[in-house]
Ligand binder design. Structure first.
Ligand code: GCU
Length: 594
């Protein structure tokens, strides 16, 4: 029959796709919208198709209409959370979910602007307040701010968030990954009040190559386009006023007290209070001043060579899934320090904002990454725009985090022309947004020629290298041959190696060849350590992975839907033998963090 259209209802919502709305909000007064929300399992996205959010409940003659929803009679759940852990019924659910609650609002000032901040929703979300569609966000691990100023009223403001975590080949990541696809509003939801003109973002740091004698300050204003902004660093008894034109201003300066500047490092994570003001608006942050750069095959932190003694980690806990708590983040860093780490690769997507904030405090260097993972649709312009936006939101969010030393634009991507163009553009974008940190990616080895070669290497500053010799390729003798055949001109981080191992599964005869046993994993680690330690252009190691994690692709009876390459059990309570091998190796390493 003609006239029947395949109505792509999402197209209507994509008209208001929110791109890089991230703002500096470290010290903003925020009112939490966390807590009890009603939710409906909306498998067919009917809320969006039939526009439940308009809440049209009567016809033009006032006659009641039959409704397929009853928002305030639905079951409730606590936000932030992953719906997968709410019930057996929802554990493997992938699809649409509608969340709603009401909240009061009292205007505090005439020119006040109000934004709703979502720390992270997996995977995409359309947001409505008081029957008005405010916008849609795509990307499961970066924050977004949505303005609600003009639609709020004194009482009973209804917010509706239609979420969908269905995997799709054109998404970032695509529909096939090696981790669990959690769904939900799994990070904080907050109301942020701002003056009519406000400080949207700022960056402050050591000018690279200035011998730590110069500090730069950049600021972006929303609202009034001109005036002056002030930066104060009280502990340095320093204040500077800069001009704002077209909503921006930047300046390089050298405080008279610059000689007393204490540089940030993992061993001495010194943070300074930094105050930025514009007109009546004032923001503070806690910033570590340090320099990270690459020189030849060396990685230099504050001008000194450093070896990154690391480990990879997903954002997950048994209890909370991807909605990890600050306590769980602190526990991870404490365990990493117990293993003598100074570095963590936050795989394979932006972890929550507290990951970097807490790393700043406790002293942990971080590799942060966007989920351009495996073979995404490199020839799809919409996919590129999505990846670029996630990179932009990550960098904007963590630009002032001293702990973040590497932006990674992806993991294990096939070396094709389309991928080179796609990821080369991402590398350029990262440098455009932040010229103070090296760019990397986890590349693959040419397993035929046994050489570290990838055309992306020319576009990145530090070469991440994933290799699984001794596990996926049982012939361990290939690894030293790869290094003999390779001659990189940049520092290499072994961004992954490892083997599955069921914690507690000991081979009775001590046979180190029994796969999945702790002895097997230990032997592989010992051989990897011995080989890697001898390669002078390796400047960092981050074994895969710190703790076992949920993974729908892992169905061996010892895996039981977990990837068990962890050095720790999923609950991080059990340390496998290989944990102690890494602990001893890192303890002995001569070049430690400065
Ligand atoms: C890959 C990939 C990881 C994956 C790991 C594994 O290298 O980067 O995401 O979990 O190997 O196979 O365990």
């Amino acid at each position: 029959m003609d006239g029947i259209h395949t109505f792509d209802f999402w197209a209507f919502y994509r008209e208001k796709l929110i791109l890089n709305s991230v703002m500096a909000d470290y010290s903003r007064k925020k009112e939490s919208l966390n807590g009890t929300w009603h939710y409906g399992i909306d498998q067919y996205d009917t809320c969006l198709r039939n526009r439940w959010w308009t809440e049209v409940e009567c016809d033009e003659n006032g006659r009641a209409l039959p409704l397929d929803y009853s928002f305030d009679e639905w079951e409730t759940t606590e936000i932030p959370s992953c719906w997968n852990l709410k019930s057996e019924k929802l554990f493997l659910y992938e699809g649409g979910m509608v969340f709603t609650r009401k909240f009061p609002y009292e205007k505090h000032s005439e020119d006040e602007r109000v934004f709703i901040k979502f720390g992270g929703i997996n995977y995409k979300a359309a947001v409505f307040v008081n029957r008005t569609f405010l916008g849609m966000h795509e990307g499961g691990s970066t924050p977004f701010f949505i303005e609600a100023t003009d639609v709020l009223k004194a009482e009973d403001n209804r917010i509706i968030v239609a979420v969908n975590n269905t995997r799709h080949p054109a998404n970032v990541p695509m529909d096939n990954t090696d981790w669990f696809n959690y769904g939900g509003i799994y990070r904080d939801v907050e109301l942020v009040r701002l003056p009519g003109s406000f400080i949207k973002r700022f960056q402050v740091g050591v000018v690279p190559g200035s011998d730590f004698r110069e500090i730069f300050f950049k600021v972006e204003i929303d609202g009034k386009m001109s005036g002056t902004a002030t930066l104060t660093i009280p502990e340095l008894q320093f204040t500077v006023v800069i001009d704002i034109e077209n909503g921006c201003g930047e300046h390089i300066f050298s405080p008279p007290t610059i000689d007393s500047l204490e540089l940030w490092s993992p061993d001495a994570p010194k943070l300074y209070d930094v105050e930025v003001s514009f007109e009546g608006d004032k923001l503070t942050d806690r910033v570590g001043f340090r320099e990270i750069r690459v020189e030849g095959r060396e990685i230099l932190l504050n001008g000194k060579k450093i070896f990154l003694k690391g480990v990879c980690a997903h954002e997950e806990s048994v209890e909370n899934g991807k909605a990890v708590s600050q306590e769980e983040i602190r526990e991870n860093y404490a365990l990493a320090k117990e293993m003598n780490c100074n570095f963590m690769r936050l795989a394979h997507y932006p972890h929550c904002e507290y990951a970097a904030k807490i790393a700043d405090e406790v002293g942990m260097l971080l590799w942060e990454e966007i989920p351009v993972y495996w073979a995404i649709e490199f020839d799809n312009p919409t996919t590129y725009k999505n990846a670029e936006n996630q990179l932009t939101e990550l960098i904007t969010r963590d630009i002032n985090r001293a702990s973040v030393i590497i932006w990674s634009i992806g993991n294990e991507n096939p070396d094709t022309d389309e991928r080179l163009k796609f990821m080369g553009s991402l590398a350029d974008k990262a440098r455009e947004l932040d010229g103070t940190r090296p760019v990397s990616a986890a590349c693959l080895v040419d397993s035929e020629a046994l050489v570290l070669t990838d055309r992306l290497i020319e576009k990145i500053d530090i070469i991440g290298m994933n290799e699984y010799y001794g596990w996926y390729d049982p012939d361990f003798s290939k690894l030293p041959r790869v290094f003999e055949n390779s001659n990189p001109e940049k520092p290499v981080i072994i961004s992954e190696f490892g083997a599955d191992c069921k914690g507690g599964f000991m081979n009775k005869q001590g046979d180190r060849n029994e796969m999945f046993s702790e002895e097997f994993q230990l032997r592989l680690y010992e051989k990897q350590i011995e080989t890697l330690f001898a390669i002078d252009y390796i400047k960092g190691i981050s074994p895969w992975i710190f703790f076992d994690f949920r993974c729908p692709r892992r169905l061996h009876h010892l895996q039981n839907y977990y990837n068990i390459k962890g050095l720790l059990s999923p609950d991080k309570k059990y340390k496998k033998l290989a944990f102690f091998a890494m602990q001893k190796f890192y303890e002995k390493l001569l070049i430690t963090s400065m």
